[in-house]
Design a protein around this ligand. Structure first.
Ligand code: ADP
Ligand code: MG
Length: 453
């Protein structure tokens, strides 16, 4: 294996990486760094947890260490991801090198102030970036490069207009890098509109979008039985550190209350919470809290060490969401488990995930009976409370609005009734006053793959 030193990187950067206990590049870094350093446009496709962040930060910072004065913009779909990228950059940047992170839900004045100090690296979410551009606080006409992380989401319906506008403000001679674990053909095609003779770099097996060390399990249940199965899974499998994904903010609140009631150490993160609460939750989860309850907001790009189990309280209705969710575990070659609760009506998703994500899912045997009383008691008690009656024990989960936006709104999310919704992960951040705005329901079709229709 090559070392960073042998890649010919600047000594200061190699030393900075070493202080972070990193001496050798991952595969994607070994391949992408020289390409990016050559100045070419590159599309990097490499599985979740393979080290894509440093694959783009190393070339940027290596140039900075070598005295190059270029400025770079990094686009990310969520605030949490923008912050995470910034944290990595902060740890290995040259001392005088300014990094600014800009995203909605936080004081724009503080960010305007940060930008006035002329940072060389700006990391942000599209909505806030556009806000700042319109206020004249952020000028893109001097940017030399743009990086689009989670590029397939960013070039899809929900973001494309904003991203296109941002790109149109950056000079044509720029370098453009795109990174993602999943890169549907259609997205690849449009990406060419924004790039100059891009090189497509696929690391590993093209089919391998999620890590192999994950073992996948599922259990079929609906209504209150899902809670019984959840408890049964937790008590029999004893996950060390786990993210539990839910579709809606309300369900997330419910499961959060339920697990706390059972005495578990659990944090909550969804778009209905303030930015500081979300950061607090993520921080504590990183520090050692055992469970994080999250909506899709948290699924993209978030890197927490040592997550052992991903629990899908609802199996996602898009295989790509499944991939990005389970990609939060088994990072950097560690082992992990993914467990999905599957409603009777969703059973066909198992085959779809097997087919698209190229993974094997096994049915798990769980003794749910043991937990019947505990769950019934919880429902009876919560019924007595304020919103108790809405959480009727036999009520199906998964009917109400989904947390697409990382925001409060989402007024158009209803109306799907019991049918299979087509919309996908909108766990992103739109920040100019319309966080909750829908993006039209047909939008998922670009990525959907339906082998059985
Ligand atoms: P991706 O974006 O591909 O999902 P990340 O960039 O979030 O992956 O990296 C996943 C994890 O791997 C992070 O915790 C990061 O610190 C670690 N990592 C990345 N590169 C290296 C390296 N060269 N050596 C050791 N650990 C690394
Ligand atoms: Mg990433």
């Amino acid at each position: 294996m090559k070392t960073f030193e042998e890649m010919g990187l600047s000594h200061e950067l190699v030393a900075a990486l070493k202080r972070q206990n990193m001496t050798s590049p991952t595969e994607v870094q070994e391949q992408a760094v020289p390409l990016a350093l050559s100045g070419r446009d590159v599309i990097v496709r490499s599985k979740t947890g393979s080290g894509k962040t440093l694959a783009f930060l190393i070339p940027i910072l290596n140039k900075a260490y070598s005295g190059d004065r270029s400025t770079v913009l990094v686009l990310a779909p969520t605030r949490e991801l923008a912050l995470q990228i910034a944290t990595v950059a902060e740890k290995i940047r040259p001392r005088e090198y300014g990094v600014a992170t800009v995203y909605g839900g936080a004081s724009i004045n503080v960010q305007i102030d940060m930008l006035s100090r002329r940072p060389r690296l700006v990391i942000g979410t599209p909505g806030r970036i556009i806000d700042l551009m319109k206020r004249g606080a952020l000028r893109l006409n001097a940017m030399n490069a743009v990086i689009i992380d989670e590029a397939d989401t960013m070039l899809d319906m929900g973001f494309i207009d904003d991203v296109e506008y941002i790109l149109s403000e950056i000079p044509r001679e720029r370098q453009t890098l795109l990174l993602s674990a999943t890169m549907p053909e259609k997205v690849l095609k449009i990406s060419k509109n924004y790039m100059r003779d891009p090189q497509l770099l696929t690391v590993g097996d093209e089919d391998e979008i999620t890590v192999r060390q994950i073992k996948h399990f599922y259990f079929v249940a609906d209504g209150a039985r899902k809670l019984e199965a959840l408890l049964s899974y937790i008590e029999s499998q004893n996950p060390k550190k786990s993210i539990i994904f839910l579709r809606t903010q309300r369900e997330a609140d419910l499961i959060h209350a339920f697990l706390r009631k059972q005495g578990y150490d659990v944090m909550l993160m969804h778009g209905g919470l303030t930015q500081s609460k979300r950061e607090h939750s993520l921080k504590n989860f990183r520090k050692g809290v055992r469970f994080l309850i999250a909506t899709n907001v948290a699924a993209r790009g978030i890197d927490v060490n040592d997550v052992t189990d991903i629990i899908n309280f609802d199996v996602p209705d898009d295989p790509f969401i499944y991939v990005h969710r389970v990609g939060r575990s088994a990072r950097m070659g560690k082992e992990g488990k993914a467990f999905s609760l599957v409603g009777f009506k969703q059973k066909s998703m198992i085959e779809e995930i097997k087919y698209v994500a190229k993974v094997d899912l096994h049915q798990l045997n769980l003794n749910t009976f043991k937990y019947k009383d505990v769950v019934a008691k919880f429902f009876a008690e919560s019924r007595e409370h304020r919103h108790g009656s809405r959480f009727g024990g036999d009520r199906r989960f998964g009917r109400d609005r989904r947390d697409f936006h990382g925001g409060q709104g989402g007024g158009r999310g209803g109306g799907h009734g019991g049918g299979r919704p087509f919309r996908r992960d909108r766990g992103h951040d739109r920040q100019h006053g319309h966080e909750g705005q829908g993006h039209g329901s047909g939008s998922g079709s670009t990525r959907r793959f339906r082998p059985f229709s």
